[in-house]
Design a protein around this ligand. Structure first.
Ligand code: ATP
Length: 359
């Protein structure tokens, strides 16, 4: 699978732009702020139906315009596929595949598998548990529609349960029967998601370990561990035990939505004890493991979007990734960089076809 063409109208800083991509390596080069990241983000948008950097759709529309269009042609399984994402201020976004609009965007997830590596990935280490859950959910969802549907449903049930708790507090009421309906739904959906997260991590963690060792020449011991209250008790029990607390807080304080992943180096949290370089290697290993995992399940190489990759890796490491493309381990990649010469030097050495786009 590869992205053949991309046209943008009023997407972020672009009024119009079009690209005819190479099936292997594409380099977007230019000064700070010319829009290199925005091109990568528009490709991400085609894949996930939203921006990686700014989830507020209206803010992706050029400041001076009323709408944006991202139009891409893919070659997938020897067929040409046409994907269009468009948004108008004040209206719902539209995503079309071969001119037919999706009713649910979630149906599109996984159609164009993609992985982005960007300086902002550091949030995965430094921010709260939500970023890590989102990462895990994102990887699983790209290859498991049942997981994605259950996840969406679970989120809705928690929101309904929270609204009910607020209603109880505002009206000094309590209705066990309605609460039990939500508890049962949370329990069933939560268990399904918990089992799938466990299965996923059993497979994902060894892939991550291998990638980390490869990137660092096995310098130190790192670990990812799944943290969930569900290892101790089923959700139904957790909910019963915490009912008084939830009534007071007016939200659901326990469940699968509190899961986390702990990232450790030599037995200590990498957030506090990892050097900058170790954190960078950890994040890249995490993203390459995501790539491997999705590739295995979807049986095609995800698009690899490398934003400001030289910020994260020295020339040798970037060359290593480009070599992987040459060996056909990776598929189509997009690299953004401010230094055309250093990028061109690295990609030339790979003896692969490539295109340079000077923005
Ligand atoms: N909705 C928008 N309308 C117009 N311009 C926008 C919009 N959103 C972002 N921009 C502009 O896009 C530019 C940033 O583009 P981008 O982040 O892609 O740059 P870059 O080439 O990757 O830069 P760097 O090398 O610094 O990472 C900024 O000038 C920003 O103001």
């Amino acid at each position: 699978m590869f992205l053949k063409t991309l046209s943008l109208v009023n997407y972020k800083n672009f009024t119009t732009a079009s690209f005819d991509f190479d099936s292997k390596i594409n380099c977007l080069v230019g000064h700070n702020g010319v829009g290199k990241t925005n091109v990568l983000d528009s490709i991400y948008h085609l894949s996930f139906g939203k921006s990686y950097f700014n989830p507020i759709t209206s803010q992706n529309i050029n400041h001076d315009a009323e709408f944006f269009v991202i139009d891409g042609t893919l070659e997938k399984n020897d067929r040409e596929e046409h994907i269009l994402v468009s948004a108008k201020r004040g209206q719902k976004k539209v995503i079309k595949r071969n001119n037919k609009a999706y009713e649910k965007f979630s149906e599109h997830i996984g159609f164009i598998p993609a992985v982005i590596i960007s300086p902002g990935d550091r949030d995965l280490i430094i921010e709260g548990s939500e970023t890590r859950r989102k990462f895990m959910d994102g990887v699983i969802s790209q290859s498991d529609q049942e997981y994605l549907n259950a996840l969406i449903q679970y989120g809705k049930v928690v929101a309904q349960r929270n609204a009910l708790l607020k209603f109880f507090a505002a009206n000094s009421k309590f209705d066990r029967d309605t609460l039990d309906i939500y508890n049962a739904q949370m329990n069933d959906l939560g268990n399904l998601l918990f089992e799938k997260r466990k299965v996923f991590l059993e497979e994902f963690i060894p892939i991550f370990d291998k990638r980390y060792a490869e990137i660092t020449n096995q310098k130190e011991r790192v670990a990812i561990e799944y943290k969930s209250q569900l290892f101790e008790k089923p959700i139904s029990e957790l909910l019963d035990q915490n009912l008084q607390k939830d009534m007071m807080l007016q939200y659901t304080s326990v469940g699968l939505h509190k899961d986390d992943l702990s990232f450790e180096i030599e037995g200590h949290p990498i957030k506090k004890f990892g050097s900058q370089g170790q954190q960078k290697s950890f994040l890249i290993a995490l993203k390459l493991a995501q790539f491997d995992f999705i590739k295995k399940l979807s049986k095609s190489s995800p698009l690899l979007l490398l934003d400001d990759i030289f910020d994260k890796l020295d020339e040798q490491r970037v060359a290593h990734i480009v070599t992987l493309v040459a060996e056909n381990e990776l598929g189509q990649i997009f690299i953004s960089d401010t230094h055309p010469d250093r990028t061109e030097k690295v990609v030339k050495e790979s003896n692969q076809s490539y295109k340079m786009f000077r923005l």
